[in-house]
Design a protein around this ligand. Structure first.
Ligand SMILES: NC(=O)CC[C@H](N)C(=O)O
Length: 331
């Protein structure tokens, strides 16, 4: 037992800690009910893989998480990663915003030690619940030396995904987490099979460090659709946000009546990030809109919710648009 790696499970809530009234309830249940010690006790197989201990950081559904929660969690992950008696960290999390937390951690926590974020699509009380295997896989990856230095990872549905690229793509299936660039690998019976590695900067190569971040600036998202008014943009600008992420249509296109509104917002000092509401693909600078002329930043292939995370993190260091665009290409 003494030779087993030490893995800490930080629990934050979500369906992986959910409970329903009957085994037939796969969609009707309460998230964030089961405490972490009960999750660990319910999976005795973990004790063969690692010496596991749990900490209950929050007990919430992830749609309710805030920037303050993100800072608290990331600082705890960073502190644990510096401890000699911690070899890997697993974070159990609601799936709705799991990709946002995972991306924030990969941008800001400086460690080569494996950090795995995991959730489930069905509560543990449901027939064919997926949480136990997802958590078993997460602990296996967190305990493996070959997962070191690959940035924050997500283990769902037998796959190992990179935090940067993965998104929840469907709300009622266990194969919910996908990336247009594909998973990094798979886990079968506790063994990792790697097929690719991330190329974007993360963890050890990141210029951002959670230990020196004390607050995150207000960055909000506005959505593009037919007949969209400028009401939301006007309200956000008036409230003093530091940046607006425009979740545009198609190539990140912006309605003709919204273009001058965003130009005005930018002239007023608020950053404009042009992204797209489509699930895949990427936004090309100066195609669709003259970003150089307007001094806008494009979100590359990041979905609006991830573009928001990177913008908040980047703004802790710079508000120079050339620098911000470099950061969007590199992370
Ligand atoms: N499958 C889930 O984890 C969703 C439950 C909840 N809405 C959450 O994100 O925490």
């Amino acid at each position: 037992q003494a030779a087993l790696p030490n893995v800490v499970i930080l629990a934050t809530g979500g369906t992986i800690a959910g409970a329903g009234a009957s085994a037939a309830n796969s969609a009707t249940y309460s998230a964030a009910k089961v405490p972490v010690d009960k999750l660990i006790a319910g999976l005795p197989e973990l004790s063969k893989v690692a010496s596991v201990r749990g900490e209950q950081v929050f007990q919430v559904a992830s749609e309710s998480l805030t920037n303050e929660n993100l800072l608290t969690l990331a600082k705890r992950v960073s502190a644990l990663s510096k401890q000699a008696d911690v070899d890997g960290i697993v974070i159990t999390h609601g799936t709705d915003t799991l990709e946002e937390t995972a991306y924030f951690l990969t941008l800001t926590v400086h460690t080569p030690k494996p950090i795995i974020v995991v959730g489930s699509m069905r509560p543990s009380t449901a027939i064919s619940a997926d949480g136990a295997l997802n958590l078993y896989d997460a602990v296996n990856v967190a305990a493996s030396k070959d997962a070191a230095g690959r940035g924050v990872l997500v283990t769902m549905n037998d796959e190992i995904q990179t935090a940067r690229d993965v998104s929840k793509t469907v709300n009622i299936k266990t194969e919910a987490f996908k990336s247009q660039w594909g998973p990094l690998g798979m886990i079968v019976e506790g063994r990792n099979y790697w097929f690719r590695a991330p190329v974007k900067r993360h963890t050890m190569q990141s210029e951002f460090d959670i230990d020196s971040i004390t607050a995150l600036p207000a960055v909000e998202i506005v959505y593009g659709y037919q007949s969209v008014p400028s009401t939301a943009i006007d309200a956000f600008a008036k409230s003093g946000v530091k940046a607006i992420v425009h979740a545009g249509t198609g190539n990140g296109s912006v309605a003709d009546r919204i273009v001058p509104v965003l130009q005005k917002v930018r002239s007023g000092g608020t950053l404009v990030v042009r992204s797209s509401r489509v699930p895949d693909g990427f936004v090309i600078r100066n195609a669709e809109q003259p970003d150089d002329k307007y001094d806008w930043v494009v979100a590359h292939d990041l979905r609006p919710q991830k573009a928001r995370i990177l913008t908040m993190v980047a703004l802790t260091k710079t508000n120079d648009t050339k620098e911000l665009q470099r950061i969007f290409w590199e992370y």
